[in-house]
Design a protein around this ligand. Structure first.
Ligand SMILES: O=C(O)CCC(=O)C(=O)O
Ligand SMILES: [Fe+2]
Length: 885
């Protein structure tokens, strides 16, 4: 069998199932917590949580394709059920999904919210893999893992494909909508590799938008006109830059999100060459990328190259998309930025004012705006990218208008801005030549640009807030330069510049003459200024090099001192160790040999009884909603939770330190199995047995109910999950063989032992084998653990050493007790002063010769093929002879 493991996302090209009618659009990973933690979680911090989970690489939030395909699949379909025959009946992994079809009219608000976007397209389906896992992070927090493949039927129409692509991203994370879930976090990794992090519920989004409008008081520019002369308090005019106008909040939050999604989908199409008019998309020019001057661009209506318009050979681009007209231009018309030419009078005025410039603060001259823009330039900035000072091309009418998305970033205006980000000689966008390193790497940020040299000595900075519009008319568009400072926001910034192409040659010529005059003057001015800057740059660079050199020398000296101290401490430790060994040797010679055996006492009366007593009745009432659906045999008894699961959680690190090799029988068993097998390790512990499978070329996924041990496996890069061996989260009959090592002796009743074995056998293919190993009662046969079991149900002590050197066991116990309160550690730990440890007891049922074989006689559909003793354990190899339910 061929298994491919994709890491966090799928490759860029479309992934085709063997049923070619279907293709993969995206993969969705999500994590749901039940309401137990509701108090701590708000929509606001959900993304913070998923980010933390992801960073900590907690296993439940991350499922790879192998895990996904070995899970139970539920198909949520927006299509009528009769088309279900078109779903993939086979996938490239030779795993046949067991598919249940659930219609999307499902009452659950959780599902309908989730698939709101998908429902819009009748041909899109979601394959949702619901892990049956119940995780055990402490006793209260629970996670449910869902993974989904978002697929669609292959569509012949490009238009429809695009619509699907966009709508597939419209997942909504909802907290309010559902009673069942606290948070629903999803990450969509579509095939175009776009990740949309800002999903909030509709209600939350409009709430945020309303709040933002109310509380916005921040001053947004220096030198702004605050004399109360603005009629509309939400708008700003700028006395130092005639013709410049700023309007905050022209878009609401929801529109903003839709636009961002639209632009990302267009970028995706542009990047993969799927836009019909290829010139619409411009990638970052590599020669500018190094100094962060470049940006990705989308251009509609008119093609420009480095602020140039090719009037003699028009380059074809896509027309302005309807969505921009509807969602943005109409808003701008409402705010009086643009307007339709109503009559000939308008049109004439328009032509006569086409030359622009010439002062006169055109903001109030409404006749100028009697036109609608026919072009839009989308600038997509990543963090650090910037736009150099320039005057917009005179082939466009004035005013033009830029709307900002994603972040609040700074635009500066000046007459001859001396500009330092990137290279010295940048003058207009695109005409910068390349030479040495960037000045912005040398100069402090506050001197990245300089407008004090501007002809009128004035400076004007405008924070272009998210959703705001900035309108350039009159001098602000023709005389003043504008530039965007390096973007600070992690997620970058998007700007949409709406302009109308001026077809009136006279008007364009007049405007060109005007703007060229200024541009030439600014170029001259900059040249002189850069000469002076160069000296300053050299001085700063020398100073920096000196500081760096000195810092390095200090660091080296510190490291040398540290090494010396370490060596001294090491010598001290060796001496202490030698003395300890001497003492031990002496002690050994005195003690009779039999005493070295560790006696394991029978389990105290009552501990094994789970049902019926008062305590348990109370517990039954407390059980989580989810437990109601779990049969009695599957409910974990207190003895297993307190004396097994929690013990492993609290001792996991120390446990891992000494158990790094599998037992000989396991190594041999794995070596005898088919190479390249797909293997499940049920109760994988710290992963020591999984190494054997990987070494032999197989693919293994593991699960264990101890979160502590699973974290250790995850750190080693294994595919693992926290799960209960009585409810294995994998689909039936998908594994070539399975391991179940040292799990059986922790299960406290025969009924549960049988169920546990059935679960392991269920996931193995018919004809495959599972290896079960459990502790033997007869340790005198050659057991190496040195235990002496006084009964078959015993408590086996584990001595936990304090985690830090010099820590007393009592201090360690205090640390553990803090976890006890969270339900993550057992409460029965006892301090052993003599051994300097905290002692925890593990519950074990140890097996007598033949007992395992008898157990499997009670399970139909399997056959014990071999039974043997190894390393103090009884082992059985069990073949699956027919399907187990
Ligand atoms: O990104 C911006 O805000 C300004 C864009 C701009 O000035 C231009 O495209 O000419
Ligand atoms: Fe511009």
């Amino acid at each position: 069998m061929r298994v491919i493991v994709f890491e966090d996302r799928f490759p860029d090209d479309v992934f085709v199932f063997s049923e070619t009618k279907v293709e993969l659009v995206g993969v969705l990973f999500c994590l749901v917590r039940t309401r137990e933690r509701r108090k701590n979680i708000s929509v606001k911090n959900t993304f913070e949580i998923i980010r933390r989970e992801k960073n900590a690489r907690k296993t439940p939030s991350r499922l790879t394709l192998v895990q996904l395909l070995s899970s139970n699949l539920i198909v949520l379909k927006s299509t009528p059920p009769q088309t279900s025959a078109r779903l993939p009946h086979a996938c490239p992994f030779n795993l046949t999904p067991s598919v249940d079809v659930v219609n999307l009219t499902s009452k659950s608000p959780f599902f309908s919210e989730l698939f709101v976007g998908i429902r819009m397209n009748i041909s899109t389906s979601v394959v949702l893999c619901c892990q049956r896992t119940r995780s055990f992070l402490g006793s209260s927090a629970r996670y449910f893992c869902f993974s989904a493949l978002v697929i669609r039927e292959r569509s012949s129409s490009e238009e429809e494909s695009n619509a699907i692509l966009i709508s597939s991203f419209l997942f909504v994370a909802s907290s309010e909508a559902s009673d069942d879930v606290d948070i629903f976090i999803c990450e969509v990794f579509p095939t175009c590799a776009y990740f949309f992090p800002h999903s909030f519920s509709r209600a939350e989004r409009s709430k945020r938008a309303r709040k933002k409008t109310k509380t916005r008081t921040r001053s947004r520019e220096m030198g702004r006109d605050d004399d109360g002369s603005n009629e509309d308090a939400t708008e700003t005019f700028f006395p130092s830059v005639p013709g410049l106008r700023y309007i905050p909040n022209v878009l609401d939050a929801e529109t903003h999100d839709v636009l961002v999604q639209f632009i990302h989908s267009q970028l995706a199409l542009g990047r993969s060459g799927k836009l019909e008019k290829k010139a619409t998309y411009t990638p970052i020019p590599p020669k500018w990328d190094k100094r962060l001057q470049g940006r990705e661009m989308l251009q509609y209506g008119t093609y420009t190259h480095s602020n140039r318009v090719y009037t003699d050979h028009e380059v074809e681009v896509e027309p302005m998309p309807e969505i921009l007209r509807e969602l943005v231009v109409e808003r701008l018309v409402e705010r009086g930025v643009f307007g339709e030419e109503k009559n000939e009078e308008d049109a004439r005025k328009n032509l006569s004012s086409g030359g622009g410039g010439g002062g006169g603060g055109g903001a109030n001259d409404t006749s100028r705006r009697r036109f609608l823009p026919d072009s839009c330039t989308v600038n997509v900035y990543r963090k650090g990218q910037w736009l150099p000072p320039h005057v917009d091309n005179p082939n466009f009418k004035r005013p033009f208008c830029t709307v900002s998305l994603l972040a609040d970033e700074m635009c500066i205006f000046g007459r001859g801005i001396v500009w330092h980000p990137g290279l010295d000689e940048s003058s207009t966008s695109g005409s910068g030549s390349s030479n040495s390193s960037s000045n912005s790497a040398v100069l402090p940020e506050e001197s990245w640009y300089d407008v004090t040299n501007a002809l009128d000595g004035e400076e004007c900075r405008v924070v272009c807030e998210k959703n705001s519009a900035i309108i350039l008319d009159g001098e602000s568009g023709d005389v003043y330069e504008h530039a965007i400072l390096p973007v600070r926001a992690e997620d970058g910034r998007i700007s949409l510049t709406f302009r109308k192409r001026d077809w009136d040659e006279d008007a364009v010529n007049k405007r060109t003459e005007e703007t060229e005059k200024w541009r030439a003057e600014y170029r001259e001015k900059r040249k002189t200024a850069y000469e002076a800057t160069k000296e300053e740059v050299v001085r700063v660079e020398t100073e920096r090099a000196r500081i760096a050199r000195e810092r390095l020398e200090r660091k080296k000296a510190k490291e040398a001192r540290k090494l010396e101290t370490l060596a001294r401490k090491q010598r001290e430790l060796e001496i202490v160790e030698e003395r300890r060994k001497e003492k031990e040797e002496k002690k050994k010679t005195k003690e009779p040999k039999s005493k070295t055996h560790k006696e394991c006492l029978p389990v105290p009366e009552g501990l094994l009884k789970n049902d019926g007593d008062d305590n348990n009745d109370k517990k039954k009432n407390d059980v989580n909603e989810d437990d109601k659906n779990i049969s009695d045999v599957n409910k974990m008894p207190e003895v297993e939770r307190e004396y097994v699961q929690k013990v492993y959680d609290v001792v996991a690190k120390q446990w891992h330190g000494t158990r790094y090799r599998s037992w000989p029988a396991i190594e041999k068993f794995v070596a005898n199995q088919p190479k390249n097998g797909f293997v499940a390790d049920i109760g994988c512990g710290n992963g020591k047995n999984m190494h054997d499978v990987v070494k032999g070329g197989g693919t293994v996924i593991g699960m264990d109910f101890s979160h502590g041990l699973i974290e250790i496996c995850a750190e080693q890069g294994f595919e693992v999950q926290v799960a209960d061996a009585l409810m294995v989260p994998y689909r039936s009959r998908v594994f070539d063989y399975a391991l179940n090592i040292a799990v059986l002796h922790h299960i406290s009743s025969e009924e549960r032992r049988i169920r546990m074995c059935e679960e392991t056998l269920r996931v193995v293919k018919v004809g495959g084998v599972a290896l079960f190993c459990a502790w033997a009662y007869e340790q005198d046969k050659g057991g190496v653990s040195g235990h002496d079991f006084l009964a078959q149900d015993v408590l086996v002590p584990f001595h936990k050493r304090p985690i830090a050197k010099g820590m007393r066991p009592a201090e360690q116990k205090e640390l553990d007790d803090a976890m006890v309160r969270e339900g993550k550690a057992p409460s029965h730990g006892e301090i052993n002063q003599e051994k300097h440890t905290v002692v925890y007891q593990r519950y074990c049922h140890v097996y007598k010769e033949g007992e395992l074989e008898k157990l499997f006689e009670k399970i139909p559909g399997c056959k014990v093929e071999a039974a043997y003793f190894d390393f103090g354990n009884w082992c059985v190899e069990v073949r699956v002879t027919r399907e187990l339910k």
